[in-house]
Ligand binder design. Sequence first.
Ligand SMILES: NC(=O)c1ccc[n+]([C@@H]2O[C@H](COP(=O)([O-])OP(=O)(O)OC[C@H]3O[C@@H](n4cnc5c(N)ncnc54)[C@H](O)[C@@H]3O)[C@@H](O)[C@H]2O)c1
Length: 252
Amino acid sequence: MKVLVNGALGRMGQEVVKKIQSEAGFELAAVVDIHNGVAGGLNVDTDVLHAIKTTKPDVVVDFTKPDVVMDTLRKILPTGVACVVGTTGFSNENLEEVDKLANANKTAVLIAPNFALGAVVMIKLACEAAKYFPNVEIIEKHHDKKLDAPSGTAILTAQKIAEVRKKMHQGHPDEKETMAGCRGADFEGMKIHSLRLPGYVASQEVVFGGQGETLRIATEPINRECYMPGVILACQKIKNYQGLVYGLEKIL
Ligand SMILES: NC(=O)c1ccc[n+]([C@@H]2O[C@H](COP(=O)([O-])OP(=O)(O)OC[C@H]3O[C@@H](n4cnc5c(N)ncnc54)[C@H](O)[C@@H]3O)[C@@H](O)[C@H]2O)c1
């Protein structure tokens, strides 16, 4: 399988390049970034369409930036190449557009806000817990270079919990913030808090409150290797799909 890595000079891109080169059955077709450089021994191409045309990859893996990924997909999906996207920050409108574009070009795009198995299992467990503990707050903690907040994983967690939890307002009905934002973002009554500090990779806690007890479900990635099995699996399976596949759990 020939893979083009877009965003190859970034933190995640470099990890993907390393993994593709060490994985049996995979070949690093091209490395693309907005900056010149070398990744995995290949010169970076700064033009993704040129790289697709000259190297004909089976899959493009994209870990770039929330504000550029839609333009990239609009450019490359008409070539028919399948995409595995880890970049976060998609709106619902963006996801609808990606699905249409992929279907129109008879190809597939897998977008996963989190490729780590721990995160997928955390969301499953959180949904189970929310049936019994409807009072829930999500605390996500990332490094201070992250551009979007809340994280895609926190949004996905809240969306999935909302599917099983009865709608309710949390906290005191007369609660007032004396400092804007201190209670976090609101998603159907659930609160999401985003911590940004050097030192964190990407951890998350889902905290449930009941009478006289709390329950916490937490993931703690040690390093970026945790995302690689998910990325490899997505590259292997994406050819079986058409349109948008959202979330790693869909292919597990
Ligand atoms: N889905 C997941 O499991 C997961 C895990 C970690 C990070 N992420 C997300 O992945 C994205 C990248 O994270 P990172 O930590 O590697 O960021 P980073 O800033 O280290 O890397 C981004 C790279 O993209 C390049 N880039 C920017 N614009 C580009 C363009 N138009 N075309 C090609 N390359 C471009 C940058 O030069 C940089 O090298 C973020 O959105 C982050 O939230 C997702």
